[in-house]
Design a protein around this ligand. Structure first.
Ligand SMILES: [Zn+2]
Length: 251
């Protein structure tokens, strides 16, 4: 590791769970972040700053003025710009030593599977069920851990799905595909920092997974109520009839 990196990451290297070896592991890691909105902003900024060496960002939306209240990876100067491109610029200015790839178009299933297979961890920062189910499917097929977050109104959820573990539930065990559209922040509203808290938790979980430290969120959900300021730790079981992950449906 060169001196600049030793200095840049010195506060992490100081931690016994990280050290130079752990930092090298982060620098050699690749993470796919789907959605560069309210959750994708803190997830990508913390992972870039922490020195996760390769980040792939996907989003085909443009920056709208109504996004700027909470999507802090974009600035006023980025209005109208593609979110993936705008986010990449911010991350590069935060840490020019991290490789950031911006995919500013809708990935088809083949491309999503290719990207998932190359990643060490997938991060769900989207706001709709079709994208979430597609990413969950890619996680199961490629056996790549998926860190999922959701935030709306004053509430947020974070969980991890580990398809390599037979007993681990998947995203669709939690949310069966009912065809009902997810409520969105545009419909329901959202208080700005709730996406920051949940996104930061996702970034922390990604780092724990990459370093194999800590107790992962696999098999449980952390739910934050931003009004009462309480976290709930909810156990999540695998649905034996889940169409996405149960064995009988996979053959
Ligand atoms: Zn499932």
């Amino acid at each position: 590791m060169n001196q600049e990196n030793k200095d840049r990451y010195s506060r992490q290297i100081k931690l016994k769970q990280v050290g130079e070896e752990g930092q090298r592991l982060l620098l050699a890691s690749r993470v796919l972040i789907v959605g560069m909105g309210g959750l994708g902003s803190p997830v990508s900024m913390y992972l870039a700053a922490a020195g996760v060496g390769s980040l792939v960002l996907t989003d085909y939306d443009h920056v709208d003025v109504s996004n700027l209240q909470r999507q802090i990876v974009h600035t006023h100067a980025d209005l109208g710009e593609l979110k993936a491109v705008s986010a990449r610029q911010t991350l590069i200015s935060l840490n020019p030593n991290v490789k950031v790839t911006a995919l500013d178009y809708e990935l088809d299933e083949r491309e999503l599977l290719e990207q998932a297979a190359q990643a060490d961890v997938l991060v769900d920062c989207t706001d709709n069920f079709p994208s979430r189910f597609a990413l969950n499917h890619a996680s199961i097929i490629t056996s790549t851990p998926l860190v999922s977050g959701a935030a709306i109104r004053w509430e947020g959820l974070v969980s991890t799905f580990m398809p390599a573990r037979v007993s681990s539930p998947c995203y669709q065990c939690l949310y069966p595909d009912t065809g009902i559209e997810a409520a969105t922040c545009a419909m329901e509203g959202v208080i700005a920092p709730i996406v920051g808290v949940i996104g930061a938790m996702q970034a922390l979980e990604v780092i724990n997974l990459l370093l194999k430290t800590g107790d992962s969120l696999a098999g449980r959900i952390l739910a934050l109520d931003g009004i009462t300021m309480e976290w709930e730790n909810i156990t999540l079981l695998k649905d034996p009839d889940c169409p996405a992950c149960s064995q009988q449906h996979q053959s």
